[in-house]
Design a protein around this ligand. Structure first.
Ligand code: MN
Length: 234
């Protein structure tokens, strides 16, 4: 069987005015048997349509905050840096991918973007907007600011993550109102939605960072494997 080719949404460095990539996203796909390719942020509609039609799966990566305008709010001072070009490309591409019913794996910002693209809203800043939340922002993404996530029964995660899994946490935003078409796959003890999926579609996303520990964490590797399996075409 052919290895699935996965389009990876690039990260954006505002200071350097440049796209960039964390190796973990690419290596996680490779470890799970896929072929990753980094996409472009300057793509026109023809390129976006070409990718949607010709690639086998899509990884929506971490990064800047999604522009609150996209979920009907003004940007508050607590909201972080934005990347409007990523918002534009990713929402267009996500909608095309949905039309074609191809697999999507969202990580961190990826989960937030998917929720917004489907009509959900976000906390612009968890510490100042979500009552009784605990600290979700480690000092680095590899940080031991670990917390647990309870896994919902019958969600894709329940096949390989058991009932509870331990995750890293490096985010100050999160899902406030879940988009109508999404279902919860897992939540942390303070009630924050940490994993979602779209029933009947191969759309799955987590708020934590499996790309940073898939080489030592079985659940993280299993998530990449699940994504690559669903991206295989007959
Ligand atoms: Mn968290």
């Amino acid at each position: 069987m052919k290895k699935p080719v996965i389009g990876v949404l690039p990260l954006w460095d505002e200071e350097k005015d440049s796209i960039w990539m964390l190796p973990g996203y690419m290596e996680g796909i490779e470890a799970a048997g896929g072929i990753p390719v980094i996409l472009s942020l300057s793509a026109d509609e023809d390129a976006l349509l070409y990718w949607a039609e010709n690639l086998d799966g899509f990884l929506f990566t971490g990064g800047q905050d999604v522009d609150p305008v996209l979920y009907g709010e003004e940007k508050l001072p607590v909201c972080g840096e934005l990347s409007p070009e990523r918002d534009r490309i990713e929402i267009f591409l996500f909608k095309k991918i949905l039309e074609l019913n191809k697999p999507v794996f969202g990580i961190c910002r990826g989960l937030q973007l998917i929720n917004v693209a489907l009509g959900g809203t976000l906390y612009q800043d968890i510490p100042s907007q979500m009552a009784n939340s605990f600290v979700h922002e480690g000092t680095s993404a590899e940080d031991i600011a670990y917390h647990t996530v309870a896994i919902w029964e019958k969600s894709p995660l329940s096949d390989f993550a058991g009932k509870v899994c331990k995750v890293n946490s490096y985010h100050h935003q999160g899902i406030r109102d879940l988009a109508p078409e999404l279902k919860i796959a897992g939540a942390s003890e303070d009630g924050l939605v940490e994993a979602v999926y779209m029933p009947g579609r191969n759309v799955f996303a987590v708020q934590w960072h499996p790309e940073l520990n898939f080489s030592t964490d079985g659940t993280s590797l299993a998530m990449f494997r699940y994504f690559i399996e669903t991206s295989k075409t007959k």
